[in-house]
Design a protein around this ligand. Sequence first.
Ligand code: FAD
Length: 274
Amino acid sequence: MRDDAGLLEDASRGFVLPASLTAQTVLSVHHWTDRLFSLTMTRDSAFRFKNGQFAMIGLPVDGKPLLRAYSMVSANHADLLEFFSIKVAEGPLTSRLQHVRPGDTVLVGRKPTGTLVLDHLKPGRNLYLFATGTGLAPFMSLVEDPDLYDLFDRVILTHTVRRVPELAYAERLTRELPDHAFLGEEVRNKLVYYPSVTGEPFKTQGRITDLIRSGRLFADLAVPPIDPEHDRAMLCGSTPMLAEVSGLLEQAGLREGHNDAPAEYVIEKAFAER
Ligand SMILES: Cc1cc2nc3c(=O)[nH]c(=O)nc-3n(C[C@H](O)[C@H](O)[C@H](O)COP(=O)(O)OP(=O)(O)OC[C@H]3O[C@@H](n4cnc5c(N)ncnc54)[C@H](O)[C@@H]3O)c2cc1C
């Protein structure tokens, strides 16, 4: 396996690792579908982050780092780093990143950041995590955070995708985490996973906004509709989902929180429109 030395090849093509980045070694790659993959890699011992945050990751291209924002899937207590990625055919980074293999080098920025962190929310009883597509990534690190289960009685993770095979991490959420040695009991008692699929038949079909508006989400969970006193939310996904769900939350009386002013919900885009 290669480590930082793997960059020697790139360095010989003129790449010099900037001080803002570390070079990590890919450990595994999993292709969920022709549009989605995950990769794990080594973690620099000085790389510290809050669950829910993102970092810049990328590859050396033409002697320069080509970087994009990526949420950490792995929790901050894990030894390795995991990311969940789209494959954009013409995408400058992902057209390349999708071909990495164990032993290859990936660049990781030293400074994680982001708004999907627990300190941006006021205390509450129930936490909704609304994700579409790769917007699931930051919530995977959060659902492995023991603090989450100290702070909330119930955590409802919704993941909406177009096709059933895009329900990445369903196995981890429904089988591995409930059996987890330390977190299993909290997960079994408090975490509710609510997948939905828009583009083909599934037990829960439709966009999350429609499932909220129709009341189906609350009926399925046997909970009252969203209430600003007890409910908190984090949103990560496509721009239309963020706009619509935040509109519904605002209508229900929830307000967006920031680090200097915690409130009832927070938002992060899963990607920037270009
Ligand atoms: C805060 C933040 C966190 C992010 N976290 C992730 C993450 O965890 N996983 C991830 O795959 N991407 C994530 N992204 C998007 C990521 O930064 C890149 O846009 C993506 O990797 C594609 O890079 P690219 O260079 O191949 O194409 P780009 O030129 O960056 O993107 C081309 C186009 O592809 C579409 N696109 C890009 N990313 C996505 C996506 N994730 N889902 C659907 N369509 C997309 C958009 O229409 C975009 O305009 C995040 C973006 C932001 C701003």
